[in-house]
Design a protein around this ligand. Structure first.
Ligand SMILES: [Zn+2]
Ligand SMILES: [Zn+2]
Length: 370
């Protein structure tokens, strides 16, 4: 019997709004799991640590950009796990006892697929995301394809293993797309973990970095950004990023940030449509906007301004196996200091962890699963 194995399950679709009086976790609950038998190429693993992603929160709140997720679904795609059992078929170098993190996105692997044929599973139109297309890492055990396994490298802890996937997304965006040069001024909009990771890697690439947040972020996420030495900018409808940069922002040495209120690069991690609309106003001509967030509705962009300033705006979706390897190395070497960014919870407190994450009352929740 598997009735001792529990999972955190998304079942509802109700749209939950802040302060509406409905619990932010009312679409989810902890359930007893029945694990399916192993099919060809599948393995059974015990989850070790699983991180709560902004997309898990969005799905839990019934946001339309996650309407496609079938319910009930045990969510979770950022985790470390240990192999318990191998199903039928060839599993390459995957053995019982191996500790790994899964590739969140599994491509169709069809040789005619334009994405999979160049090993970009993250761009496959038929990609399968663990925790959304099949049950994921918020189960105390998980069945998954051994094709997804990325072994943790020597020196990387299972706790850090839960951060490999989100960090790999930043590696893909910043290393492969942004081309940051030392001395540049970069604004990261949004101070969730994706924003804070972006800030760390942009600084590691030689940039001076400012991070934005709202009043609610002042005591936790912006405070963390400030402790880590970033310029912090609290924005509101009356005090937009653009107006504050135009008035002049200085770093802790009093040196002006940006040039005439314009920066070289803006990395959009907030997922707030208005923030992306305004992003092109704060970037210098021929500067860059990199979009990592997704949005609950279409976003208005002043395309003529984009043309006249010759801005580069590009999106960055997910990550590949190579990015996972770089992300692990960045943590093992301390370039990304994961210990500053994690709040650990035991599995019995998982509902609290989701509530804290949805309300932005922590930096990055990671659940000890067993
Ligand atoms: Zn994620
Ligand atoms: Zn494909």
């Amino acid at each position: 019997m598997t009735n001792a194995i529990k999972g955190f399950c998304l079942h509802g679709r109700e749209k939950i709004y802040p302060n509406s009086g409905v619990s932010v976790t009312s679409n989810t609950s902890v359930v007893d799991m029945d694990l399916p038998g192993l099919k060809e190429g599948e393995i059974l693993a015990k989850t070790l640590y699983t991180g709560i992603c902004g997309s898990d929160n969005s799905a839990s709140l019934g946001k339309p950009n996650f309407d496609w997720v079938e319910r009930p679904r045990v969510i979770g795609h950022e985790f470390s796990a240990e192999v318990l059992e191998l199903g039928p078929g060839d599993h390459g170098d995957v053995k019982v006892g191996d500790v790994f993190t899964p590739l969140a996105m599994l491509g169709c692997q069809d040789e005619d697929c334009p994405a999979c044929s160049v090993a970009k599973w993250n761009l496959c139109p038929n990609k399968q995301i663990i925790g959304f297309h099949r049950n994921g890492g918020f189960g105390q055990q998980v069945v998954l394809e051994s094709d997804r396994v990325v072994h943790l490298i020597d020196g990387l802890t299972p706790e850090q293993g839960a951060l490999v996937e989100p960090l790999s997304i930043i590696v893909n965006a910043l290393h492969n797309k942004c081309n940051i040069k030392p001395g540049q001024d970069v604004v990261v909009t949004g101070c969730g973990i994706i924003g804070l990771m972006s800030a760390e890697l942009a600084r590691a690439a030689g940039a001076r970095v400012a991070v934005t947040g709202i009043a609610h972020d002042r005591d936790i996420r912006l405070k963390k950004a400030k402790e880590r030495g970033f310029i912090t900018i609290e924005v509101s409808p009356d005090h937009t990023l653009n107006t504050q940069l135009s008035k002049g922002i200085v770093d802790d040495k009093g040196i002006p940030f940006g040039t005439n209120g314009k920066v070289d690069l803006l990395i959009e991690c907030s997922g707030v449509p208005q923030v992306l609309t305004e992003a092109i106003d704060v970037v210098r001509p021929e500067g860059d906007v990199c979009v990592i967030a997704t949005y609950p509705k279409e976003v208005e962009i002043n395309a003529t301004h984009l043309t006249r300033t010759s801005l580069n705006m590009r999106g960055s979706m997910g990550s590949c196996r190579d990015d996972y390897m770089v992300a692990q190395k960045l943590m093992v070497t301390g370039v990304f200091p994961s210990e500053h960014y994690t709040n650990f919870y035991d599995f019995e407190n998982i509902t609290q962890a989701f509530e804290d994450s949805i309300k932005a009352n922590n930096v990055k929740a990671v659940i000890k699963m067993n």
